[in-house]
Design a protein around this ligand. Structure first.
Ligand code: ADP
Ligand code: MG
Length: 252
């Protein structure tokens, strides 16, 4: 899939999201060392790295599920490093986990449940549910129990659910993994759609091409650090990223 015409022009000097020098170990084993990154509103940024390189760990630190040993996290220039999960969510962080994570009820009730928690007034809640069912091609599945949804359908439901809280920063953890090529294209389309609302999106994958189809820039994680960053073109020229991650497959 090729990125089409992009309407959003992001302000490069005003990052909406920043992390500074985040470090984390598990049981004395260093996983992340002094990771820094930033994103602008409306920007899609990739986070690439082999399995086990710490992508999900970094997300869990950003959302507040795990505490970093050191480092800071800023949303809209506000330090959220000490805030609990629910406050970070309120301050604009949306998160799609790597695992299938929906309530054991219908598609409609999954969306309504989240709307009831964060939108005032039954009519407004219902209006939001209908809007999301339309936008994420879920209308025909509205009465279907979530347990029988396909992988791609679950991802659409999970993406729709994130938008209820109108996040400004969205973290997508491997939204395209374990899906068929045609479904991957579909998910890419929805990621671009979310981006068109002006959200900053950080998206992980270990398949280089799936990610490079849609990102403006990317960071590559390796050896506990950021080993390369920049546009896909710039990253593919990085000798360290080639040596540690890409090999020579993408280098022509
Ligand atoms: P990725 O998402 O890039 O595949 P992860 O962040 O899931 O990588 O994992 C990074 C490393 O941290 C792995 O070696 C994993 O086993 C380890 N790890 C992740 N979570 C925990 C945990 N709660 N306790 C101990 N080790 C963990
Ligand atoms: Mg992971």
């Amino acid at each position: 899939m090729k990125k089409g015409f992009r309407i959003i022009k992001f302000k490069k000097n005003k990052p909406i999201f920043q992390i500074r020098d985040i470090s984390k170990s598990f049981d004395g084993r260093p996983i992340l060392k002094k990771i820094s990154m930033e994103m602008n509103a409306g920007e899609i940024v990739g986070l690439l790295g082999p399995n086990g390189s710490g992508k999900s760990t970094l997300y869990s630190i950003i959302i507040g599920e795990h505490q970093a040993e050191s480092g800071k996290i800023y949303i809209n220039n506000k330090d959220v490093s000490e805030k609990p999960i629910h406050e970070r969510a309120k301050m604009g962080i949306g998160y799609l986990s790597q695992q299938r994570s929906v309530f054991g009820m219908s598609v409609y009730d999954n969306l309504l449940g989240v709307c009831q928690l964060s939108i005032k007034g039954v009519q407004n809640q219902i209006a939001m549910v209908e809007k999301l069912l339309d936008e994420f091609n879920l209308q025909h599945l509205r009465k279907i129990h979530s347990t029988v949804l396909s992988g791609g359908e679950v991802k659409r439901l999970m993406m729709a659910r994130i938008l209820v809280n109108k996040p400004s920063v969205i973290l997508l953890d491997e939204p395209m993994s374990a899906l068929d090529p045609i479904v991957i294209q579909d998910i890419q389309k929805y990621i671009l759609k979310i981006q068109s609302y002006g959200c900053a999106i950080l998206v992980t994958d270990h398949q280089v091409q799936n990610l490079f189809d849609i990102v403006d820039r990317a960071y590559v994680l390796g050896e506990q650090s950021i080993i390369a960053q920049g546009t896909p073109k710039e990253i593919l020229k990085s000798s360290k990223a080639i040596e540690l991650y890409f090999g020579t497959k993408y280098n022509n």
